[in-house]
Design a protein around this ligand. Structure first.
Ligand SMILES: [Ca+2]
Ligand SMILES: [Ca+2]
Length: 77
């Protein structure tokens, strides 16, 4: 499945946290460390309904994705 079909947005891949430097999807700024800056960056994407914030892949950005992020956030790199 293509990126566009998967995420339904014109933004090119990868989403934050999915790049080569990322240690987890929660490493939103891909600096190899999961910290509060990643949480703030994710919240920005979440608040703007950025499809990259759809972490559970159900095509909706909602509270379940925030919970999914918190699960990833609690896993140290
Ligand atoms: Ca980070
Ligand atoms: Ca979702």
């Amino acid at each position: 499945m293509s990126y566009l079909a998967r995420w339904g947005c014109p933004r090119p891949p990868p989403c934050p946290g999915a790049g080569a430097g990322a240690c987890s999807r929660a490493d939103w700024n891909e600096d190899g460390v999961i910290d509060f800056n990643d949480f703030l960056s994710f919240l920005n994407a979440f608040n703007t309904q950025d499809q990259c914030a759809d972490l559970n892949g159900d095509a909706v950005v909602d509270f379940n994705d925030l919970l999914e992020f918190l699960n990833l956030y609690n896993v140290n790199c």
